[in-house]
Design a protein around this ligand. Structure first.
Ligand SMILES: Nc1nc2c(c(=O)[nH]1)N[C@H]1C(S)=C(S)[C@@H](COP(=O)(O)OP(=O)(O)OC[C@H]3O[C@@H](n4cnc5c(=O)[nH]c(N)nc54)[C@H](O)[C@@H]3O)O[C@H]1N2
Ligand SMILES: Nc1nc2c(c(=O)[nH]1)N[C@H]1C(S)=C(S)[C@@H](COP(=O)(O)OP(=O)(O)OC[C@H]3O[C@@H](n4cnc5c(=O)[nH]c(N)nc54)[C@H](O)[C@@H]3O)O[C@H]1N2
Ligand code: SF4
Ligand SMILES: [Mo]
Length: 666
């Protein structure tokens, strides 16, 4: 038995350190690394048995060619040589016929490792293919923070240990950021109070001292109500504001008067007294710490909402105080020079750019995309407007290649499926977007079956297409070493030896990282002259058709659609729907019955769970499930979500959904 340190590759802010035990070429167990500054020795339920994913009987082990209709899942094994030759031949013909923009790559963060994540970018730039705008997660949140703080680094999570008041804002911590709980509990032991602000009372809310239920998409108004009270009650830090912040005086005069607690109650559904209590808790805290999740930003007003929340620490002068701050996403990726892998110098100007949230439109509005290459992502399940995406994937004139570890919803529509390695079968350099740690992970076992890594595929395809560049002779290990060497650009020295040894490596933070503001003015910009709307204000959402708001939050057992391969994790309830007792009475629903949610995009069936975890007028379902796991027509939550984009950042609006409910027996 041998043990290796490694990194969790998934799209999760924790980026945990792993200790992997290997016996005779097989992974036998995976544990949390006690030496990792954020993992602190524990893993989430998904990764505690990562070996069941790595050695799953569902792993794809050979290239496959479709033998039945698209979506049927009927394939026959072929050799790698056949698969690569066929892809090269088809692409050459498409390029000759309609130009390389007829090829669209589609990928996201199936693995967060930089080498594998970006491995194919250069190849598609070089070909002159259409480019993908990778916006599905939370670009509006990033933009909203940047609008106020510029390049200022968000606060490190461990700082919260010294906070006396922590706000878990739009964050289902127990599901999506479980190791932050260590910091929250450490603060609590010293007397900190915890508030949770969300649309429904999930298991994270159960851990908080106070829960505030806000109407979907209205947090901007809630923040303005808090600022109204902070100003009214003399809780704003006027000295800090005068010295460090632009625009507070204008905001006070031009915007805040509209947001009395009563007016905010009408918009947000938060009782006026709670608006006041929340503001006072924030304003009176010695060191208030906000951990902001992404849900609030996935609306048509999402960037504006984040922008308003980002103003709060400035109003009370929280920046630079021990224990205080705001963590949206950590800036650890800045430690590396990603260009070593990405090769954006190969980009060709003027190429078509497809927003990944609009894949359905891109594939169906005309037939100009003739080939789709999907890797590290499962858009048939996770992209919005599932019915339109599936319609596009059904096109007979679309040549689809999917590089995957499992027969996902998307792989079922492929003409050719290529088997992919897991993170324990390839090398990579990782960073966290929820804490300031970086780490390298190296192959601990040989590839399962004939699977090949993204980097290997990039090299194979380059050679098959006759692209002769030295870049494609480099090894993964070589790229990892180059990335590790590039960390010299981090403001303080990084322990590169530790990093190359595959050990969790903390990024040291400058003493003034919370007080040197990375904006053009050098000040916090509540008023940002560069924006179309220089002063922030709440943007109401236009009312859509639909009687109920539909919140489709994360599930603890899976991660986006990853881990659906694990029967033991997905055996319990899926597609449950929290319905408030008042709505259950209104619709005459009983516990456990099937209901249909529908809107202009599609319909899906759910099992009713009557619960006061949600509020009247809002239904909630957790998890993005593979279609094969969903009863009936295989319609999962994304038949209901929309391809509309956010106000800034062109991001997804997964939570900005309204639906009608019908019960099967009425
Ligand atoms: N177990 C598990 N872990 C995950 C994931 C997963 O699916 N499952 N997904 C991974 C990915 S890709 C990401 S980006 C992160 C996301 O991690 P988070 O940011 O925690 O998750 P989100 O899905 O963005 O939603 C967070 C919360 O926002 C709430 N919310 C929705 N609308 C509003 C609103 O208008 N106001 C407020 N205050 N709250 C609102 C939702 O109810 C939800 O509880 O998690 C990662 N980790
Ligand atoms: N309704 C609803 N939909 C959502 C969300 C939501 O909250 N609600 N969340 C959204 C968010 S935040 C995100 S980020 C997206 C994510 O959506 P996706 O990008 O589709 O992410 P996953 O579902 O995790 O699928 C990743 C796939 O990559 C594969 N994979 C893993 N490692 C590798 C590798 O090394 N190589 C290759 N080739 N493949 C690999 C995995 O097997 C898996 O099938 O989903 C979005 N969809
Ligand atoms: S908490 Fe997140 S980073 Fe840690 S092991 Fe689980 S999925 Fe991976
Ligand atoms: Mo995400």
């Amino acid at each position: 038995m041998k043990t290796y340190t490694s990194v969790c590759p998934y799209d999760c802010p924790d980026a945990c350190g792993l200790v992997v035990s290997v016996d005779d070429g097989r992974v036998v167990s995976v544990a949390g690394d006690g030496a990792h500054p954020f993992t602190r020795g524990t893993l989430c339920p998904k990764m505690a048995h990562y070996e069941r994913t790595v050695h799953s009987p569902r792993r794809l082990t050979t290239p496959l060619k479709r033998t039945g209709p698209k979506g049927s899942g009927q394939f026959a094994p072929i050799s790698w040589d056949q698969a690569l030759a066929e892809i090269a031949e088809r692409w050459k013909a498409i390029i000759a016929d309609c130009g390389a923009e007829a090829i669209l790559p589609y990928s996201y963060a199936g693995t967060m490792g930089i080498v594998q994540h970006d491995a194919l970018h250069g190849l598609f730039y070089r070909l002159g293919a259409s480019e993908l705008d990778r916006t599905i997660c939370a670009p509006a949140k990033g933009q909203g923070f940047k609008d106020v703080m510029g390049s200022t680094m968000p606060t490190a999570p461990q700082e919260a240990q010294d906070s006396d008041c922590i706000f878990l804002w739009s964050l289902h911590m127990v599901a999506t950021n479980i190791h932050f709980r260590h910091d929250v509990e450490a603060a609590r032991r010293k007397g900190a109070v915890v508030w949770c602000i969300d649309t429904y009372r999930h298991k994270t809310a159960d851990l908080a001292d106070h829960f505030v239920a806000v109407r979907p998409g209205t947090d901007g108004a809630l923040v303005l109500g808090m600022m109204y009270v902070l100003d009214r009650d003399g809780l704003a830090d006027e000295a800090f504001l005068a010295a460090n912040v632009l625009g507070w005086d204008e905001l006070k005069v031009q915007v805040l008067p509209k947001y009395t607690p009563e007016a905010v109650q009408a918009i947000t559904g938060v009782p006026a007294a709670t608006v006041v209590a929340l503001a006072q808790a924030y304003g009176q805290a010695r060191a208030p710490f906000i951990r902001l999740g992404s849900g609030q930003s996935r609306y048509r007003n999402g960037a504006m909402t984040t922008r308003l929340i980002t103003c709060l620490p400035a109003v009370v002068g929280a920046w630079g105080k021990k224990g205080a701050g705001l963590l949206t996403s950590a800036s650890a990726s800045k430690a590396y020079n990603k260009e070593i892998v990405t090769h954006s110098d190969w980009k060709q100007p003027g190429k078509r750019i497809v927003n990944m949230c609009c894949l359905g439109q891109a594939l169906t509005e005309d037939d100009s995309i003739r080939s789709l290459f999907v890797y590290s992502s499962n858009p048939a399940c996770t992209a919005p407007d599932q019915n339109q995406v599936l319609k596009g994937l059904c096109r007979d004139d679309l040549f689809t290649v999917v590089h995957e570890r499992f027969m996902t919803d998307t792989a079922r529509y492929a003409d050719i499926v290529l088997p992919a390695t897991t993170s324990l079968e390839h090398d990579d350099a990782y960073y966290s977007y929820g804490n300031y740690t970086i780490q390298c992970g190296y192959a601990a076992i040989p590839p399962v079956g004939q699977s090949r890594s993204n980097w290997r595929i990039a090299c194979d395809l380059a050679h098959a297409l006759g692209i002769d560049d030295e870049f494609y002779n480099r090894s993964e290990r070589d790229l990892v070493e180059a990335l590790a060497a590039s960390t010299t650009k981090w403001p303080l020295p990084v322990d590169r030896q530790r990093l190359l040894q595959g050990l969790p490596t903390p990024l040291p933070l400058p003493d003034d990282y919370q007080t040197r503001f990375g904006t053009p003015s050098g000040k916090i910009e509540i008023r940002n002259e560069a924006l179309a709307q220089p002063l922030p204000d709440y943007m109401p959402l236009a009312e859509d058709d639909g009687t109920l708001a539909f919140v489709n939050g994360p599930d603890m057992r899976i991660l986006d659609s990853s881990f659906n391969e694990r029967d033991e994790l997905t055996a319990g309830h899926i597609m449950d729907l929290f319905v408030h007792p008042d709505d259950a009475a209104r619709y005459g629903l009983t516990e456990g019955q099937t209901v249909t949610l529908a809107n202009e995009r599609g319909q899906a069936d759910f099992t009713v769970v009557i619960s006061d975890r949600t509020v009247p007028g809002q239904v909630v379902s957790e998890g993005v499930w593979w279609r094969e796991r969903v009863k009936g027509q295989g319609a999962s939550v994304n038949v209901l979500t929309s391809q509309r984009l956010t106000d800034e950042g062109a991001g997804s609006t997964f939570y900005d959904v309204r639906v009608h409910l019908t019960s099967k027996n009425t």
